[in-house]
Design a protein around this ligand. Structure first.
Ligand code: 8YV
Length: 343
């Protein structure tokens, strides 16, 4: 008698033609409308699953996997994976994967777009024009800050941070960065970025872009104290994760002229945006779309599907997913696959 096919859960509508590839190997249960899953509903969906394809909206930790003994792999569609409790997954022998590289350039493009929109007051001036406030051309309308000739600070110098540094070079900016570890000299040379301490980065940046991964250690790293160290003429752009910035302190600094402007793509309580931010004219707000070009979103889903198939021991890369987050869990996974195959 044929062995029952293993079940895989797909938590959101993604690209059907790409998700389809999972069906060659598994029974796929795909959610067909954008859904905010309660923790209990996630646990229920994982209960009989061998794998799951999820997005940043699904928070998965010890409680959600406790009743899912067959669960072996979770493929996150995104490079950031702070929605997953990696130590809990690893100790349960569950491989987690993410989608680095495929979104680097698109996200760096967007970081730069948000920086330009913020510095040159693009959305603020468009709103003003649409509201019929442009009655007469005036020399002093919507004066902004230059990018060329200014100092760009990049906090978090991974792949996306480096992509932003390369773009900044083309714009004639001086680039400083701060990172957990200093980059090799050849990368500093190629990106044209100079290492600075966190304090120097805050003090010297005319524009500061946040691109570091979220972890509890960096929660509210940019708080009232950090903001007070920035130039009052500076702009701040966040394309990383909302929790890195203390939004109440940011809104206060923006409202009282202690910071010129901010561009935010991510929020502490997204999709809810703090009313104080919504009320400010000097903040550009976008709905977490930095990786959102069609081609890149498709590439992210394709990589997540490849990861899931391989992590569950199927396809041409069986047992060797392209981008695992916790490869140590693969060893446990392989043992389990071998046992299932009667080896
Ligand atoms: C995604 C992101 O839209 O990759 C990330 O870390 O924040 C975004 O690119 C998101 O993760 C989708 O799940």
């Amino acid at each position: 008698m044929a062995e029952a096919r293993r079940r895989v859960w797909v938590s959101q509508p993604l690209f059907d033609d790409i998700v389809e590839r999972l069906r060659a190997h598994f029974d796929v249960t795909q959610v067909d409308a954008v859904t905010e899953h309660a923790p209990q509903a996630i646990a229920e969906s994982l209960r009989d699953s061998a794998g799951a394809l999820v997005t940043l909206n699904e928070r998965i930790g010890a409680a959600e996997i406790a009743g899912a003994p067959q669960l072996r792999a979770i493929a996150n569609v995104g490079v950031g994976y702070n929605n997953l409790d990696i130590p809990a997954l690893t100790s349960a022998g569950i491989v987690a994967t993410n989608t680095p590289d495929v979104l680097t350039e698109t996200t760096a493009d967007f970081g730069f777009a948000l920086l330009m929109a913020t510095a040159r007051r693009i959305t603020e001036s468009e709103r003003w024009l649409r509201e019929g406030k442009w009655q007469q051309w005036s020399f002093g309308t919507m004066l902004g800050a230059d990018l060329h000739g200014s100092t760009l600070g990049i906090l978090g110098m991974g792949r996306i941070g480096q992509g932003i540094a390369r773009r900044a070079r083309g714009f004639g900016m001086r680039v400083l960065y701060h990172n957990r570890s200093r980059l090799p000299a050849d990368v500093e040379l190629e990106t044209g970025a100079a290492y600075a301490s966190f304090e120097a980065l805050l003090a010297q940046s005319d524009h500061l872009v946040l691109v570091l991964p979220y972890s509890p250690q960096v929660h509210h790293l940019i708080d009232a104290v950090a903001l007070a160290k920035m130039k009052p003429t500076a702009t701040l752009v966040n394309i990383a994760r909302g929790g890195i910035v203390d939004e109440a302190a940011l809104a206060d600094a923006l409202a009282h002229g202690r910071l010129a402007a901010a561009g935010l793509d991510v929020y502490e309580g997204e999709p809810t945006v703090r009313p104080e931010l919504l009320a400010l004219r000097n903040v550009v707000l976008t709905p977490h779309i930095a990786s959102g070009s069609l081609a890149t979103r498709r590439a992210m889903v394709a990589l997540a599907v490849d990861n899931l198939i391989a992590a569950l021991g199927e396809g041409p890369r069986a047992g060797d997913p392209p981008t695992p987050v916790n490869p140590e869990a693969l060893v446990a996974g392989k043992t389990i696959i071998a046992k299932r195959q009667g080896a």
